[in-house]
Design a protein around this ligand. Structure first.
Ligand code: SF4
Ligand code: SF4
Ligand code: FES
Length: 399
């Protein structure tokens, strides 16, 4: 994807993000053939009519972006702000004056004086038929609704808004990956609506392309090359495909229980401590135990809804019995003994001062960690230079 620049500040980052999003929408419109002519090269705003109201729009914006800003809600399934629109699910279709067919609000770029309608009898009829078609090709619960999953199910919520038509179930022999023994990600093709959010995320955000849409018609499914286990592909096990999947067709193996139904989980915002980037996490805690980790919503924090394999899945250490939870000092017997923090810090200071007094300050060396904050790294070099008078200070990220 063409990018407008690199991030230099939060303000610049937001501006670049907006420009990149607009660019991706324009590019997507070129790709899916909804070609339109932009007659406003000066980036000046213009007016359009949205549900009869005059609203401001900017060149390159999609119906979705204008609607979002004006708090008009348009349903969607295949849309993710981080991805170029695919126009795949047809849930977001709106009426555009002068267009014979309903058009996808997620991908349709507005132009001056355009008239858009997002709610009408025609759109309602379209949604009712569409959701019922989805239900005919989806695993349903006893109430006849798409099943709930550990990651929720956006299709289920949409289907609740229309009357059931009782369509005959569709037989769609889509392949799963039964031999996929990767430790984290599970794929259930019966819940897949082929929105391609997972494959686009893997391509556009991760630049990995471990998964793709394959086969045709009712056999279309999400596959790896040769149906290999994800762990035998280029997959980085980032779990971003799980995060973006709207139906729970992709789900975590580690937390397969339905946390929504179990209830009692509390989301605690925290900072990942695997490296110094500072990605934000939501720890889902149940009975004082972390049972799952997700990223805050895209656009909320610096990691923009993304996490790496460690941040998303490596939380078992929190409750591991081997974890060291208190300071230990090696005694004259050669064994480690529990101590207070004050005793541990005093023992460390005494040891360092002993080396300095016997061998000089340059006999000491300090190495800090990229897992520490900038402030902690700053204090480490102060300790080295100001307290112990040596410039032997290093940080692991510098090598
Ligand atoms: S875990 Fe990440 S790298 Fe692997 S398939 Fe999913 S999005 Fe792609
Ligand atoms: S697995 Fe999920 S994200 Fe991927 S195509 Fe199917 S429904 Fe969409
Ligand atoms: S959200 Fe627009 S087509 Fe899916």
């Amino acid at each position: 994807m063409r990018q407008f620049g690199t991030v230099t500040s939060v303000k610049t980052a937001n501006k670049i993000k907006t420009m990149n999003k607009i660019d991706s929408k324009v590019r997507a419109n070129e790709i899916i053939g909804t070609k339109q002519i932009f007659e406003n090269p000066m980036n000046e705003s213009f007016s359009i009519k949205l549900n009869g109201q005059t609203v401001e729009a900017f060149p390159g914006e999609t119906v979705f972006q204008v609607a979002d800003r004006t708090e008009v809600k348009i349903p969607s399934l295949c849309h993710d702000d981080r991805l170029a629109p695919a126009g795949a699910c047809r849930v977001c279709l709106v009426e555009v004056a002068g267009q014979r067919r309903l058009q996808p609000g997620c991908a349709w770029v507005v132009t001056p004086d355009m008239e858009i309608t997002t709610e009408s009898d025609r759109i309602e009829k379209h949604r009712t038929i569409l959701y019922n078609l989805y239900m005919a090709d989806h695993e349903l619960d006893d109430a006849g609704l798409p099943i709930e999953t550990g990651n929720g199910n956006e299709l289920r919520e949409l289907c609740k808004t229309v009357a059931p038509m009782g369509l005959e179930p569709v037989s769609a022999p889509r392949a799963a990956r039964p031999g996929d023994d990767n430790p984290y990600i599970q794929f259930n093709p019966e819940l897949c609506i082929l929105c391609a959010r997972c494959t686009r995320y893997c391509d556009e955000v991760e630049a990995v392309n471990a998964i793709t849409l394959s086969h045709r018609g009712a056999e279309t499914t999400i596959e790896t090359a040769g149906q290999r286990s994800l762990i035998d592909t280029t997959c980085e096990l980032c779990g971003g495909c799980i995060d973006t999947c709207p139906t729970g067709a992709l789900i975590e193996k580690k937390a397969p229980v339905n946390l929504v139904q179990l209830g009692g989980t509390e989301a605690v915002r925290s900072t990942c401590n695997f490296c110094g980037v500072g990605c934000q996490l939501d720890l889902h805690v149940q009975n004082d135990k972390v049972v799952k980790i997700t990223s805050p919503e895209p656009g909320e924090t610096l990691n923009d809804g993304n996490l790496c394999v460690k941040g998303r899945f490596a939380y078992d250490f929190v409750h591991h019995p081997d974890r060291i939870t208190e300071p230990l000092i090696r005694g004259t017997d050669g064994l480690l003994h529990p101590a207070t923090w004050q005793e541990a810090i005093s023992a460390t200071a005494e040891g360092l001062m002993k080396v300095r007094d016997q061998h000089g300050a340059d006999a000491l060396g300090f190495v800090s960690s990229s897992r520490c904050t900038g402030e902690e790294n700053y204090l480490m070099q102060k300790l080295s230079r100001a307290a112990f008078r040596t410039n032997n200070i290093h940080q692991c990220a510098a090598t």
